[in-house]
Design a protein around this ligand. Structure first.
Ligand code: TYD
Length: 205
């Protein structure tokens, strides 16, 4: 079924992945491929409504985790799987690694439950490549502060929450070193851009 490549971007809030997602999308398009750039939670009309709730409405922690997977199920069915089947590339801002990192590491929920939900929702599909933007928390916090905008529920969490998210991401990378490539995001934009493009070329072309 799957013919295109599936690339995901991950990292703590403030890691700076957004601008690089746009860059990689252009980089792949310039090689004549069709690319769908999307995000989680979100990516579909229903998913974007769920995103609004997830980012701004307080709820039970397990409700939060299950809504992440519900939005993902819709996203896969409506957008990701059809695009990959057509041979298009899908570049997604966050995917299931984010649930393991935020709801598992950050919130402290049992990862075994996510493994079951993951199996249910996309047991047949994993990203071909995940770029994990990693940097010290203090640097990420400075970047967020410099943007002077309203913070969502996750960005408002305390430093220890984000430290646990970062640690959980790095643990996942250590457990899947081929799929998850750690990008040092604490360096000049141009250097990160080169590193990201090189990683995509090595793993996906
Ligand atoms: P983010 O991707 O950082 O978007 P923006 O760049 O617009 O701020 O925001 C999504 C937030 O959702 C982020 O704080 C992480 C959180 N999240 C989870 O907690 N679990 C998940 O499974 C996903 C996909 C996201």
């Amino acid at each position: 079924m799957k013919k295109g490549k599936f690339i995901t971007f991950e990292g703590i809030d403030g890691a700076g992945k957004s601008s690089h997602i746009a860059g990689v999308t252009e980089f792949v398009r310039a090689r004549g491929l069709t690319v769908v750039s999307t995000r989680e939670p979100g990516g579909t009309p229903l998913g974007e409504k769920l995103r609004e709730l997830l980012l701004h409405e307080s709820m039970h922690l397990e409700t939060e985790a299950m809504l992440m997977f519900a939005a993902r199920r819709e996203h896969l069915a409506q957008l990701i799987e059809p695009a990959l089947a057509r041979g298009e590339w899908v570049i997604c801002d966050r995917f299931s690694d984010a649930t393991y990192a935020y709801q598992g590491g950050g919130r402290g929920l049992d990862k075994e439950k996510f493994a079951q939900l993951e199996q249910w929702v996309h047991g047949h599909l994993q990203p071909d490549l995940t770029l994990l933007f990693d940097l010290p928390l203090a640097v990420a916090r400075e970047r967020i502060a410099a943007q002077s905008r309203d913070l969502d529920r996750f960005e408002q969490e305390r430093a220890d929450f984000h430290e646990r998210v970062r640690r959980a991401y790095l643990e996942r990378a250590a457990a899947a070193p081929q799929r998850i490539q750690v990008i040092n995001a604490d360096q000049a934009l141009e250097d990160i851009k080169k590193l990201v493009e090189m990683t995509v070329v090595t793993h996906c072309f």
